[in-house]
Design a binder for this molecule. Structure first.
Ligand SMILES: [Zn+2]
Length: 225
């Protein structure tokens, strides 16, 4: 997740769009969301002018908390908040398989403001959205789900410190309870989260969000517990 200043600024602009869309949809508290979007705007402005910007600090933690909340309310289609901000390239075979064993297709999401740094959306042919990853961030080398925990093993150790959180994802209208963000140190090779108890009926997914150095990744698996 290492980019130039304008790439970093563009990603924060996109994140601000995502937060404001979540507030507009009634999925995120308005006061907290507007404050977070304003912080992301300031971060984008600072990045674009080359001003020193705090990395891996409160901003990343706040974005991680936002993602965990959204995953607990929105279900699998978080990237829909960015409709209109991205172009979609044709899907392609990746040769990779999801935790469920089925094939993963890859789709590049091309930000209109940063076309050279597309995000990558991995779609499972069975489960739908599986990973949403920043440009250059490889899919996990291994995912393990047992009754107590989800473990996501990264393809390479993290260069920077980060934050992660997780939630069950609803299929239907109820809301799950997200976990609070937890810190990851530079060099971390995996994240592991306990699987929280869900309150609602029906099938669910489980999702983890990772924020490192101002960008985010989402990992989604079917909840078979
Ligand atoms: Zn799957």
């Amino acid at each position: 997740m290492a980019d130039g200043n304008l790439d970093r600024a563009a990603r924060h602009v996109l994140q601000a769009v995502m937060v404001r869309a979540a507030v507009a949809a009634g999925d995120y508290p308005a006061m907290i969301g507007r404050r977070l979007a304003g912080q992301l705007d300031l971060r984008a402005r600072a990045e674009s002018t080359g001003s020193p910007v705090e990395r891996a600090g409160a901003g990343d933690r706040a974005l991680c908390a936002f993602l965990a909340t959204i995953l607990s309310r929105r279900g699998p289609d978080v990237h829909d908040y960015l409709t209109g901000a991205f172009g979609y390239r044709p899907e392609r075979a990746t040769g990779l398989r999801h935790h469920c064993g089925r094939e993963l297709l890859g789709i590049e999401l091309v930000p209109h403001w940063a076309p050279a740094r597309p995000r990558e959306l991995y779609i499972c042919e069975r489960c739908g959205p599986a990973y949403s990853l920043p440009h250059g961030f490889a899919p996990p080398s291994r995912l393990r789900v047992d009754p107590a925990a989800l473990r996501v093993e990264f393809n390479a150790p993290l260069v920077h410190a980060g934050w992660f959180a997780a939630s069950r994802q609803p299929i239907g209208g109820h809301r799950e309870r997200p976990l609070l963000p937890r810190a990851l140190a530079p060099g971390a090779e995996a994240l592991e989260v306990p699987i929280p108890t869900g309150a609602g009926p029906g099938l669910r997914r489980f999702a983890a969000a990772l924020v490192v150095d101002g960008d985010y990744a989402i990992f989604q698996v079917p909840d078979t517990t």
